[in-house]
Ligand binder design. Structure first.
Ligand SMILES: [Zn+2]
Ligand SMILES: [Zn+2]
Length: 346
């Protein structure tokens, strides 16, 4: 089959590899659509913590935001059949250890992560194998292309759930990319009454407004902290969802929350350590919440997409055939053109 490999930093190749062989608890999936994610670029540049700490090595097949059709099932697979339309978790736990048994399989010490951690082959390929226990059927009204956005939507949903965003909250979402856009939608669904989206592209901020943001501001023109305070009568927001991975944004998050507020962090920072106005954080008796992947969030996310409450369609701005992955990655990297989610179609 054809697959895209990252050979070394900044080297992308379309290669022929053998079809994955499935174990008895696995299925083989024909990939129909796969999203290009910021994480893929971190893997390509070598900046990804998993590359730096040796848990992921070149060459690797990336791609963790996918949807496809089952073409083969292992002998012990019970809940899925050939022809089923599916998507699946990004973290694959062992299913046996104590952490997995508490449901936190994104932290399993034996885990693999699709398209990265421990080199589990990803979905930048014609076929992908997955264990049955991490698969979800796509509702009939969700296309494969929309299905490729279940994973980022589930990440945003997990952040909103873990940050306990509740009725009447005021929320600042930093970042106008897919995760930020989906966090805006999930925060509104959770009951937030004022959601402010901050980004750098007016076109994307307009999309965020159409999809539910109550206010949107461009940090290149507006002072984010001043705006967050002004829009909350000087109190500060209840929760910040920080999706930008920018260390300045992290410090602005501390300034933007009210006393007792929360900051959920969804993006890796390129620096291993960043300095923070930590006393201000303590004085606010605030909470910081790390978000790794999307454990147990696919099912509610799919239900919200099926009923039209999460809308991913306007976020799909570009599509490339699989063999043009390099062009797609370059488009995402260069940030010259306005884009939200770029898909590869094998
Ligand atoms: Zn992703
Ligand atoms: Zn485990």
């Amino acid at each position: 089959m054809k697959a895209i490999q990252f050979i070394e930093p900044w080297s992308v190749k379309c290669v022929d590899v053998s079809l994955p062989e499935i174990n008895q608890d696995e299925v083989l999936i024909k990939v129909k659509a796969v999203g290009v994610c910021g994480t893929d670029l971190e893997l390509l540049s070598g900046d990804m913590p998993h590359i730096k700490n040796g848990f992921t090595k070149y060459p690797l097949i990336p791609g963790h935001e996918w949807a496809g059709e089952i073409v083969e099932v292992g002998n012990s697979v019970k809940s899925f059949n050939i022809g089923d339309r599916v998507t699946g978790d990004v973290s694959i736990g062992c299913g046996c250890c104590y952490i997995c048994r508490t449901g936190r399989y994104n932290l399993c010490p034996n885990r693999v992560v699709v398209g990265s951690y421990r080199n589990k082959d990803g979905a930048y390929a014609e076929y992908l194998k997955m264990p049955e226990r991490h698969l979800y059927k796509l509702p009939d009204n969700i296309s494969y292309e929309e299905g490729a956005l279940v994973e980022p939507a589930a990440t945003s949903a997990y952040a909103v759930m873990k940050a306990r965003i509740g009725l009447g909250e005021k929320v600042l979402v930093i970042g106008d990319g897919p995760i930020g856009q989906l966090a805006v939608q999930c925060a509104k669904i959770a009951g937030a009454t004022k959601v402010i989206n901050v980004g750098s592209w007016d076109e994307k901020l307009e999309v965020a407004k159409q999809l539910g943001a109550d206010a949107a501001l461009n940090y290149k023109k507006d002072d984010m902290v001043a705006a967050a305070l002004e829009l909350t009568n000087g109190e500060g927001v209840d929760t910040v969802i920080e999706t930008s991975g920018n260390k300045i944004a992290f410090n602005q998050s501390i300034k933007s929350i009210r006393p007792g507020g929360k900051i959920a962090l969804l993006s890796f920072y390129s620096e291993t350590e960043i300095s923070a106005a930590i006393n201000n954080f303590i004085i606010k008796d605030a909470e910081m919440i790390g978000i790794l992947a999307s454990p147990n969030a696919f099912k509610p996310t799919l239900a919200l997409m099926e009923t039209g409450r999460i809308n991913v369609k306007p976020l799909i701005t570009h599509k490339f055939p699989l063999h043009q992955a390099e062009e797609a990655l370059e488009m995402v990297r260069s940030k010259k053109e306005c884009k939200i989610k770029v898909l590869l179609i094998p």
